[in-house]
Design a protein around this ligand. Sequence first.
Ligand code: PEP
Length: 254
Amino acid sequence: MKNYKKIIIANWKMQLDVNQSSKVAKATRKLLSNNKASRDIQVVICPSFLAMTEVAKVLKGSKIALGAQDSFYEERGAYTGEISVGELKKIGCQYVIVGHSERRQMGEIDEIVNKKVRAILSQGLVPIICVGETFDERREGNKDMVVMHQVYQALHNIEFDKKQKIIIAYEPVWVIGSGQVIDSQEAAHIASVIKQSMIDVFDGKDPAAYSIIYGGSVTPNTVADFTKLANMQGTLVGGASLEAKVFVEIIKNA
Ligand code: PEP
């Protein structure tokens, strides 16, 4: 996996069917070809599971990487409805989102996030670990504590080697899909909190390579507020990644 300066990740959630996913992937690939501005940016597209093989065909031979929106932590067995990391890897998936707030709301507790991170790393894929506070946690002044706790729980008791990569996506739950964004000073502060949590969980040792990114209602107009920060390396984009033109504007402005 190439080293990049920035990373922009599209999370299509359950918004596009297989045909639509294929079309948006094709359009994104076309708009990005010969785009010099995106040369140092790793672009990742995370379609629904069902659309992944079609999108993998579209992205083949391009610099756009394929990601998954989730995975299970066991490799094989009687786990109805689950998808293993090994199977994702076979179709060319390189990144996996884990602990997204929408999944945490459906019962994905920290212990499961930790098991999934372990499974993803063991297959050589990159976990995109989502952390972030709810509006109530923020109002009660617990934002930093919540984020530190989630980072620690996701990564503790995992042995890392320096070749592995981790992405931590800070996504305030109350901002996702709301049209609001936090200001860049706040994002810079939380990136420092995350960095300190990483140092704590790794006992002060050099951890695997990691990037910290921001997610939550990012648009072409706001992306640079986050990517210009010294301690943030990119964004996770939901709604604004569903239209190729808008998503490519985000990449160009990053
Ligand atoms: C997300 O759900 O990860 C996300 C960032 O969504 P949106 O950009 O729509 O807020």
